[in-house]
Design a protein around this ligand. Structure first.
Ligand SMILES: Cc1cc2nc3c(=O)[nH]c(=O)nc-3n(C[C@H](O)[C@H](O)[C@H](O)COP(=O)(O)O)c2cc1C
Length: 447
């Protein structure tokens, strides 16, 4: 074939990197419908992440621990600053807040079962506390959200900790969404909403406008709960140094920091992909804030956003976190996006591993749905067993790495155990680039 302009041989057609096929398909979808895209899950674009860090391990200058004979502890206590009864966990991997409404009641029960078997906590979410989840969770954190859906003082007193949600990594500055398809009788009753009508919850809490009155709200919650339970403050990865400082000033016992890869049940795709910072860039800044306040380790830091394995857990802890929390990975462990439902995913126009229309309530795995028939596909006992197995594997993996770094507790992992594979990761995490003792912006260097 020849080029019509100059008669030279024609090159193969070239797709534009800017106007790629997926970009063009989204333009056509928007043009056809006039509706922005809503979905669940976290950012799908590749951003610097824990994969861009490696552990150095021990050799001559560091002494490893023997896996079969020497212990590597994993316990963590959250809420040591003010709470009379801090939360004691066997492992530093907690289950993140996921709403009843976005998830089915049996899925919430399974999260409680799995977390309890593994010796860790789970968290309620927008939409309140279900009896199934409370009943099967040894340690349950109760979320206090801008929407106030499902909020009642009796449930505050039934909780083992309270998490004030200021924001989420998937949508810092945004509120929740629950579409009408998922507002069943029970969800409507718990949220005090009409059945079947789309709901968008507030992005700002109506009870305070800033850290000064958040401090008053925290005191109120402490009085309601007799100063017993820890108060966490959860923020999305926006300005982690200042957000952590202000959360601590307002009186938080624990700061929960959720990076941009963090999952959501439903929000605009443009929000998920374009707002917030990767968790890798946030942890060091939050740790620096706690260190500047002299409160690192006294106010605990729990981080989340794309945590998948024991290696991710160990890396987050080496960067200074006290614990991590998981949402998406826990759902996958329960059976979300499992290839055994491939024919059903195909019928919905998608495939296992890519299904993210959680807002539609048609989840073939019966997890992100309120449809009674789909819910029957999910067994909460089996789900709990699978989640416990997964948490156990993550813990064993993190221990394996910590021992190889010569550490007898996961908390003893430190930035010094890490190197970065890319300049971006080195700059964001302030970890030396592999083979050097330097990272971009290192104090005392001019570049
Ligand atoms: C299905 C689903 C529902 C969620 N619901 C809530 C919620 O009600 N409140 C909240 O603070 N965060 C919510 N989140 C966010 C999680 O608490 C957590 O920040 C996030 O999932 C962590 O990132 P990961 O999914 O990559 O582990 C939800 C996440 C998912 C996947």
């Amino acid at each position: 074939m020849t080029d019509t302009r100059n008669g030279a041989p024609r090159t193969a057609p070239i797709q534009s990197a800017t106007f790629s096929n997926p970009v063009n398909a989204e333009i056509r979808r928007a043009a056809a419908t006039g509706i922005y895209d809503i979905r669940g899950g976290g950012a799908k674009r590749k951003v610097p992440h824990f994969d861009d860090l490696l552990f150095l391990g021990a050799s001559m200058s560091r002494y490893p621990l023997e896996g079969y004979r020497e212990k590597c502890e994993t316990s963590v206590t959250l809420g040591t600053r003010f709470a009379k009864t801090p939360i004691q966990l066997d492992i530093p991997v907690t289950i993140a807040g996921m709403s009843f409404g976005s998830l089915s009641a049996p899925a919430k029960e399974a999260l409680g079962r799995g977390a309890t078997l593994a010796g860790t906590s789970t968290t309620t979410g927008d939409g309140g506390m279900t009896k199934e989840e409370r009943g099967h969770s040894n340690k349950l954190v109760y979320q206090y959200l801008p929407s106030r859906y499902g909020m009642n003082p009796d449930d505050l007193r039934r909780a083992d900790a309270i998490e004030i949600v200021v924001g989420q990594g998937a949508k810092p500055g945004g509120g929740g969404m629950l579409l009408g398809q998922k507002i069943s009788d029970r969800v409507a009753e718990m949220r005090n909403l009409p059945k079947g009508i789309d709901q968008r919850s507030a992005c700002r809490h109506p009870d305070w406008t800033g850290p000064d009155d958040l401090e008053i709200k925290i005191l109120e919650l402490r009085e309601i709960t007799g100063w017993k339970v820890p108060i966490y403050v959860k923020v999305g990865g926006a300005r982690p140094y200042f957000d952590t400082t202000l959360a601590v000033k307002a009186g938080a016992d624990v700061v929960v920091l959720d990076g941009m890869q963090g999952g959501t049940a439903a929000t605009q795709d443009v929000f998920i992909e374009h707002v917030g910072q990767p968790i890798l860039a946030c942890i060091g800044e939050a740790v620096r804030a706690l260190q500047d306040l002299g409160l690192h380790r006294e106010v605990q830091l729990v981080v989340s956003g794309g945590i998948r394995s024991g290696a991710d857990v160990a890396k987050a802890m080496a960067l200074g976190a006290d614990a991590v929390s998981i949402g998406t990975a826990a759902l996958i462990a329960l059976g979300d996006n499992d290839p055994r439902w491939e024919a059903d995913y195909n019928a919905l126009g998608t495939t296992a591993g890519a299904y993210d229309d959680w807002h539609e309530g048609r989840d073939p795995a019966g997890i992100t749905t309120q449809d009674p028939d789909l819910m029957k596909r999910f067994d909460p006992v089996e789900g709990g067993r699978r989640l416990n197995n997964y948490l156990r594997v993550m813990t064993l993996e993190a221990q394996t790495i910590a021992r190889a770094c010569g550490k007898n507790h996961l908390h003893n992992l430190e930035p010094e155990d890490l190197c970065a594979l890319t300049m971006e990761a080195a700059a964001m995490a302030k970890i030396p680039l592999a083979g050097t003792d330097w990272y971009p912006g290192k104090p005392g260097t001019s570049y």
